[in-house]
Design a protein around this ligand. Structure first.
Ligand SMILES: *[C@@H]1O[C@H](CO)[C@@H](O)[C@H](O)[C@H]1NC(C)=O
Ligand SMILES: *[C@@H]1O[C@H](CO)[C@@H](O)[C@H](O)[C@H]1NC(C)=O
Ligand SMILES: *[C@@H]1O[C@H](CO)[C@@H](O)[C@H](O)[C@H]1NC(C)=O
Ligand SMILES: *[C@@H]1O[C@H](CO)[C@@H](O)[C@H](O)[C@H]1NC(C)=O
Ligand SMILES: *[C@@H]1O[C@H](CO)[C@@H](O)[C@H](O)[C@H]1NC(C)=O
Ligand SMILES: *[C@@H]1O[C@H](CO)[C@@H](O)[C@H](O)[C@H]1NC(C)=O
Ligand SMILES: [Cu+2]
Length: 183
């Protein structure tokens, strides 16, 4: 039963990610007309990570979660994930957040193994992958090295940062599209 639910959501997520990919593609104003279709140009529209065509580069992208917003209370990270996707296998997520001080609250990064506990922000069923201080400086790095859905949230205040604070998002990394050789 649980696995049925999970696979249904797995598919849903996949569709969302795929759809958003095409939304990004279609939203581009200068969508090429089919008469002078340029495949190189077309493929370059996948993702918006400014990939360089670099066959020797095995290392993957570092993606700062939230972009210039970093990892803080009250920013819509689900929205961020949709707008900045798709993400690819071996991409590295970087969570950046300051250490707590007298005037600021701590943050952390938790990972859920199930969609259900992620949806409920059931932090007790999640695993802490970064504590209060690991987001400092260069940030906490996490490599998306498996082809599976990933569910992240902040773990603070028993789910409050996850629920009300919107510090939660899901990602299904994709295989990199075939890349035609550069002209
Ligand atoms: C196709 O697009 C690429 C990248 O924008 C460009 O470098 C190339 O010259 C284009 N090829 C043709 C035939 O227009
Ligand atoms: C390709 O990647 C390699 C290894 O990271 C790097 O040394 C090289 O400068 C890159 N080339 C280009 C054109 O970006
Ligand atoms: C956050 O963004 C998602 C996806 O765009 C949207 O569905 C959701 O309503 C937003 N949440 C809030 C509280 O605005
Ligand atoms: C991801 O990185 C691992 C370890 O470097 C490598 O074995 C694997 O082939 C990579 N996967 C992809 C899809 O690039
Ligand atoms: C506490 O942290 C916040 C957020 O990182 C920062 O803006 C503020 O200057 C810090 N305050 C002190 C007293 O260090
Ligand atoms: C957080 O984790 C780092 C690295 O594992 C460790 O050095 C540090 O003591 C931890 N900090 C707290 C507050 O637990
Ligand atoms: Cu938080």
């Amino acid at each position: 039963m649980a696995s049925t639910i999970n696979s249904v959501h797995f598919l849903t997520l996949f569709v969302i990610v795929t759809t958003s990919m095409f939304t990004v593609t279609m939203a581009n104003k200068d969508w090429p007309s089919f008469a002078n279709f340029n495949y190189t140009d077309w493929w370059s529209r996948f993702g918006n990570h400014n990939y360089q065509i670099n066959k020797t580069q095995e290392e993957s992208n570092n993606i700062i979660v939230g972009g210039s917003q970093n990892w803080h209370f009250g920013y819509n990270y689900s929205d961020w994930a949709i707008k900045n996707g798709p993400f690819y296998l071996n991409d590295t997520l970087v969570f950046k957040y300051d250490a707590p001080n007298a005037t600021s609250f701590p943050h952390s990064v938790y990972m859920y193994s199930s969609w259900k506990s992620f949806m409920k922000c059931d932090v007790k069923k999640a695993k802490m992958i970064a504590n209060h201080t690991q987001g400092v400086g260069e940030g906490f790095k996490f490599v998306l090295n498996k082809w599976k859905p990933y569910y992240f949230s902040c773990g603070e205040k028993n789910g409050l940062h996850c629920n009300i604070g919107q510090m939660k998002f899901a990602i299904m990394p994709m295989f990199r599209p075939f890349w035609p050789s550069s002209p």
